[in-house]
Design a binder for this molecule. Sequence first.
Ligand code: ATP
Length: 451
Amino acid sequence: MKKINETSNGMELIVSLAKRRGFVFPGSEIYGGMANSWDYGPVGAELKKNIKDLWWKKFVQQRDDMVGIDAALIMNPKVWKASGHVDTFSDPLVECKKCHGRFRADQLEGKCPNCGGKEFGEAKQFNLMLKTFIGPAEEEANLAYFRPETAQAMFVDFKNVLMTSRKKLPFGIAQVGKAFRNEITPGNFIFRTREFEQMEIEYFIATPKNDSEWQEVFEHWKNEMISWMKEIGLDMDKVHEYEVPTGDLAHYSKRTIDFEYEFPFGTKELYGLAYRTDFDLKNHMEASGEDLNYQDPETNEKFIPHVIEPTWGVDRSFLAVLCNAYNEEGEGDKKRVYLKLPFKLAPYKAAVFPLLKNKPELVSKAREIYLELKKDFMVAWDDRGNVGKRYYSQDEIGTPYCITVDFDTLEDDAVTVRDRDTAKQERIKISELGEFLRKAQGQPASPISGG
Ligand code: ATP
């Protein structure tokens, strides 16, 4: 069995599988594409949605100390002034003197990645926020920005959330949504793009009386992030923790760790965790004139909460999950590629086939099962080619089970269920299929009983 990092052309395999099977397509392809823009296809949209839903379930639904929001992408530009983004959200940009290509100075390894030139102009700070104009007049007064992170809305909406949710400290606000950055050097497929999605949490705590008070919460979230990575099936030997040195910390951070993953193109940042102190609420309070203090209901003490921020990239999660799930087995004609996706993430939980397409009694039985399972699960239908070919294509999109209706089914009301990872087959009663899939999903077999 071969994993993606054991092949020499890992990224090519992933990009080609992604396109061939409908995970990710080049954006605007019929117009010649658009550099570094990607569209999620039918199975990709499912996988991406499953990642986001699982995250929301784990961190919002199943916790008592979290609420979610869904804020506007374009916020008042004053938000970005107060947050420090207008002044400091930039990367150093250099131009190659030979080919005039522009690159991020901190990512160059001494020579131009384009032409190999070794001489560069002076580095200039390039602001990464994507600009637009609101309304018909393209003038400075109408300048606005697409949000470069989802985080700021959690601070800006803090007071409204506090009043409407009646949460007490410590508690967190979560959000999933698009963010935009005018990256100087996007690339590596969906790893670094100008438009991407984030899943972020701002977790508010009382002003720490000593370091151990915030360190404890930091540690809690570090463990939660590890637990998440295990849940999405990442091989934890490929995940590394990087403690960002004090000199490299972002302007708002007192401590940051990055979780890095061994992608086929190198070990790179997957997620981040930062202690943002009271930086954001304090700045928004000063800039907006609104009182963003929290009043402790027991002591009546007023203070600006401090914040621990765990942040996840959706697209990087997607890429790590794909790379991690990729498996090759056998050689030549016997070669089989399968995605060992956790059941919860798989785009389709099962595929239903009639053994033969031209036998109406098999087709109508299979159709019946398919439509019944579809009420509760994403299920695929396939009646093309032979069963072997159908297994092959379902394996490549990570469908955990293939269900075949054959002539015996008409006699015994059972079907052949084939397991993606082991390729083993077993007979299961049609009436037990729903229960079988629910169990695989990790759901309780019977509904919660009201006591
Ligand atoms: P990098 O150092 O790779 O530019 P960052 O440290 O600027 O990333 P954060 O500001 O911490 O990233 O953003 C939080 C998360 O959002 C990252 O951990 C990553 O998963 C995701 N992310 C950031 N920028 C991009 C991008 N251009 N494309 C896709 N995902 C991104």
